[in-house]
Design a protein around this ligand. Structure first.
Ligand code: NDP
Length: 334
């Protein structure tokens, strides 16, 4: 075992947060019964927040971001996870309370590790990552509220983002007619390739009036944006429709009143992936690696090395990234 490991570390110097690639001694890794040699991680919006020292995500500094990781067990005290097992880790405290996947090594409680599903490579699993897991939770929520493909359109906001693009693909693959909402005029064709039947600009959905209800257009929704966009979607949802709310890139406030709920019976389903119960988590990964497995994952990913994530962070915070960014942590010599 090496004495130290390479990682992307966020630190504080006085009032200033700085971040970059460095080496840290193995002894600084947190306790846990499984040590993983990380092969791939990914860049989520939450990671970009952690990478800039946002205290709501990076609870204490110094910190290593990375809410997703995939790699190989190199030390273990658990019989169910022997050395050599390939594993995928997403959510819980990873990359938030605990140092995450933007590092060559990761030590975690073994129950956080999922054996790599047979049908997915580690790189595919990280292309899906928390984003795909969240999109799948949205699909489960919409379906469990009884919304079926013949009921009407599913709107996906922030459609070119990690969660959004995988939601477009997932709902389309399950027979829904997906309307993708995006601020990127140059990505409409790409969204159609993913399965969107229609692509519209944000301004066509965003309503800044104080009207309590809008003309009803959506049987269901995946909202990755929050704020006024989420409110607009809820106000425009059909009778008995379901809106799965998972994001906050457009702000945390929700300018709504109760009328969509009491006059149209709209359901607002909250989606929380970090602490999704274990049994449901396993069911979702099973679906994502079998009947819900997204095809052509390569179309949706950009692969960068660990020393390139610093360039991705400001772009994802500015809403400029499309699809999933997978981080190749292991180097050619590994
Ligand atoms: P990305 O940055 O990949 O995608 C966000 C997308 O939202 C952008 O690509 C852009 O898409 C759109 N967007 C960005 N800024 C704005 C804005 N001001 N107004 C409207 N649209 C905007 O992020 P992720 O997919 O990783 O995450 C999306 C959201 O979901 C984040 O808030 C994240 O924290 C949350 N999330 C929540 C989870 C949960 O468990 N609840 C789990 C995972 C993510 P376009 O240009 O196409 O409009």
């Amino acid at each position: 075992m090496p004495e130290d490991f390479r990682c992307y570390l966020v630190t504080r110097e006085g009032d200033r947060v700085t971040a970059g690639i460095t080496r840290r001694p193995m002894s600084e890794l947190p306790t846990g019964d499984v040590l993983i040699r990380v092969q791939f991680s990914s860049v989520n919006y939450k990671d970009a927040m952690a990478a800039t020292g946002n205290p709501g995500v990076a609870r204490k500094l110094p910190h290593v971001p990375g809410i997703d990781a995939a790699g190989v067990v190199v030390e273990s005290t658990r019989a169910d996870l022997p050395v050599g097992t390939e594993v995928v880790v997403t959510g819980r405290e990873l990359g938030v309370e605990r140092w995450g996947g933007w590092a060559e090594y990761l030590r975690i409680p073994g129950e956080w590790a999922l054996r790599r599903p047979q049908a997915l490579t580690l790189e595919d699993a990280m292309t899906i990552g928390t984003a795909g897991f969240t999109a799948a939770q949205c699909l489960l929520a919409v379906r469990s509220h009884g919304v079926r493909p013949p009921d009407g359109d599913i709107v996906v906001t922030g459609a070119t983002g990690g969660v959004g693009s995988l939601a477009v693909k997932l709902f389309a693959s399950q027979g829904y007619r997906v309307v993708a909402v995006s601020g990127k005029a140059d990505k409409h064709e790409w969204l159609r390739q993913l399965g969107a039947a229609e692509v519209i600009d944000r301004s066509a959905v965003l309503d800044s009036s104080s009207r309590p209800l809008l003309s009803a257009r959506w049987a269901g929704a995946v909202d990755t944006v929050g704020g006024a966009m989420l409110a607009s979607v809820v106000k425009g949802t059909l009778h008995r429709g379901c809106v799965a709310a998972c994001g906050v890139v457009g702000g945390p406030e929700l300018p709504l009143n109760v009328y969509p709920f009491i006059l149209r019976g709209v359901t607002l389903a909250g989606i929380d992936s970090a602490w999704c119960p274990e049994d449901r988590r396993r069911v979702i990964w099973e679906l994502l690696s079998t009947s819900w497995k997204p095809n052509d994952l390569a179309v949706q990913r950009t692969v960068v090395d660990l020393d390139q994530v610093a360039d991705v962070v400001p772009k994802i915070l500015a809403g400029e990234v499309s699809g999933r960014t997978v981080v190749r942590v292991a180097t050619e010599n590994d």
